[in-house]
Each structure stands twice: as C-alpha cells, then as structure tokens.
Write a protein that binds this ligand. Structure first.
Ligand code: CP
Length: 368
C-alpha cells in the first residue's frame, strides 16, 4: 500500500498569509520580503534612518544610540559573498551598540562535519538575538524564519539577500535614497514628516539583468505601493523582468513598459537604476553570448538628461556604469552605500522596539 503525503510548503501560501507569519503584534518581526512594507512603513523607516543619522552627528548622540541595544547580540550569517550589506549591517550594529559575530565561510563551521544549514541556524538562534542572513538559495531565510517561529527561542531573521529572489534591505535603502532626492524635506530637521506622494509623475528606469537581479525585484514591490509612476525596464530580451513582478505591477496599477534603448529612455527619466550582469547564476555560461554592455550608462549619455536625474546602482559594478560618472552631481550610488548603513540601523532599531525611544530623543534634542 502506498500513501501519498503532501509536504506542507509555507512558501506556497498566499503572500498576505506569509507576511502575517513574518509579523508579530502588527509589527515586523522578521524582515524577509519587500511585500512586508507599505507606504506608511517605508516612510516610517526612512524618517527613522534620517533621525539616527542626525543623532549620530554628535558624540553625545552616538553615546545615546550605543546605549540602546547593548543587551542584544547579532549573528551575521553570510554564506554568499558581500561587501556592502555585510559591512553596513556590521556598522549599524556598532551604531546601536549591538555586539555581533559572523559566519562567512561554512567550511570553518561544523557544516564541514555534515551539520545541516538548518541545524546551524537553530544553533545560532540559541546564542544570538538576531540573525542577519545572506544565502544563495531563494526561500531559505523565509523557511528558517517560519521554523524559528515554532522553536522555543524564536528570534528575528533579516534577509540580506536570498538568491535571485529578494534583497529587501537593499530595496529599502534604495527607497530612502530616492526619497532623499525626490522629497528634500525628509532631510529637513524641522519637517521630519512627509506629505503627498513623492513618486507621482516620476519616471524610473531599471537597466540590465532584471531577471536575476534581486535588488530590482524587491524595489519593484516597494515602488508598487505608490501611484502615478512610470517604470521602464531596459534589458537584453533574455534578461527581462520576471513575469511574477510584471503581474504584481499590473495588479497594483503601476504603469510599466519595456525598452532596449537606454539612450532614448534616459532623457525622460527622473531616476535610472543600473545593475550588474548576475552571471554567477548562469547554468552553462549562457550570458557570455549577450551583448550586455550595450546597456551601459556613459558620461556622454547623461549630457541630455534632466539636471535632477538620480543615478543609482546597488553595486558592485562592472563596465555598465562609466567610472567617469563618479564625480557627476547626479551620481547617487556612493550616497546609496552610506544610506544603507542608516537604513539598516533603522531596521534593527525597529525590530528591537527602540524606534519610539529614538523618535522621542530626536524630538527633544533636535526640533524646536
Ligand atoms: N548591493 C549589495 O548587496 O552589495 P554586496 O553584495 O557587496 O553586499
């Protein structure tokens, strides 16, 4: 006799249910999916990042921030390479006084003796209060979040990049960068509250490997929260945006179009988001046949753009972004790197419920 057993897969649940399982008491508990953020939460996090940034300008402010979470410990479990995400999370832990440890090479852990990655994460959850995780497999961080929910010591997991799928903390720092440019009042100490829709009427181009670029996928989910925007996807036909994202944008009424001509598109853009070829996900070197650098951004191309164009790239870059643009006033990718540290500090502060303390301190010390 055979019995058919169907394995329960939480990732097959509707997104709203998955989001509910990642939250607790109407707040984020884990940060795994960009779909966990609505406009209000995006702007809350951006304002919090801005306040932390301002508070950290003084020695006294730094002392206050470092006192907030010195009783918590974080593990940076990064088994896929990273410079920015790893270091900005490390720096944001330091800003908030969170001692942290790291596993970057599983060959130095007991995984080399056959311990599964699942067991490794369970072990980490016994020593630390937060796991910040980068993993090459889509869904691994999410599955571990659900597993930890049912363990005696559930702790939050922050997704620092999950395969080709999502990079929600990068997308949040990208939103912070866009808002700092589209809504200058965000950085105005006297006006920490936004009003209206800063994305209305804006045109944003995503360029490059949109199929396997997890940053553009997560950023699409966040931008879809805002109405009245135009997204243009510029990519080789083989590396176009995934159908799941296209369907999501359609459901949210976001205007989107495709192009292969960056030179033409760039003239009408308010922001352009360049991306690297994600050839680490090639099966058999297939992307070597693609003329990827036909979709590069050069100094000559930005001569005919809006003066206020926001040039972004999650980095690392290759030849798709001309190094001569580095000193152009429109280049915001170095600011993006720094914004990541403040946004990630805001996320850790929020997860550990010290956001209200920071807001109170800011209001008392920095506003009239
Ligand atoms: N943008 C980004 O995720 O960079 P790293 O891979 O260096 O973390």
């Amino acid at each position: 006799m055979t019995t058919d057993t169907v394995q329960y897969d939480p990732l097959a649940e509707p997104t709203a249910h998955r989001v509910a399982m990642l939250n607790r008491d109407d707040r984020l508990f884990h940060i795994i999916l960009a779909q966990q953020f609505d406009c209000e939460l995006i702007e809350t996090m951006c304002r919090l990042a801005e306040m932390i940034r301002n508070i950290a300008e003084s020695k006294q402010g730094n002392r206050f921030l470092r006192s907030l979470l010195s009783h918590k410990r974080a593990m940076l479990y990064f088994i896929q390479p990273s410079t920015r995400t790893f270091l900005s999370f490390a720096a944001s832990c330091q800003i908030l006084g969170v001692p942290y440890n790291e596993v970057r090479n599983p060959s130095t852990s007991s995984e080399i003796k056959g311990e599964t990655e699942e067991d490794t994460v369970h072990v980490l959850s016994q020593y630390f209060d937060l796991i910040i995780m980068r993993h090459p497999v889509e869904g691994f961080a999410e599955r571990m979040a659900y597993k930890l929910n049912s363990m005696p010591r559930p702790i939050p997991i922050l997704n620092g990049g999950s395969g080709k799928d999502q990079h929600p903390t990068q997308a949040m720092l990208d939103m912070y960068t866009l808002l700092r440019n589209f809504e200058p009042r965000l950085a105005d100490r006297a006006h920490p509250t936004l009003s209206g829709n800063p994305f209305a009427g804006k045109t944003i181009a995503f360029v490059g490997d949109l199929k396997r670029g997890r940053t553009v996928r997560s950023l699409s989910y966040l931008l879809a929260q805002y109405a009245g925007m135009r997204l243009i996807f510029v990519s080789p036909p083989e590396l176009g945006m995934g159908e799941d994202i296209i369907e999501y944008l359609d459901r949210h009424g976001v205007h989107h179009e495709k192009s292969e001509d960056l030179n033409e598109v760039i003239r009408s853009c308010d922001a352009v988001y360049m991306t690297r070829l994600q050839d680490e996900y090639d099966q058999a070197g297939e992307s070597s046949k693609i003329d990827y650098y036909k979709y590069s951004l050069t100094v000559e191309m930005v001569e005919a753009t809006k003066d206020s164009l926001v040039i972004m790239h999650p980095l690392p870059r290759r030849q798709e972004l001309d190094v001569r643009l580095d000193t152009d006033r429109r280049a915001k990718y170095w600011a993006q790197v720094r914004n990541g540290m403040w946004m990630r500090a805001a996320m850790i502060a929020y997860i550990f419920n010290v956001d209200a303390t920071i807001i109170d301190h800011y209001k008392t010390s920095y506003t009239a």
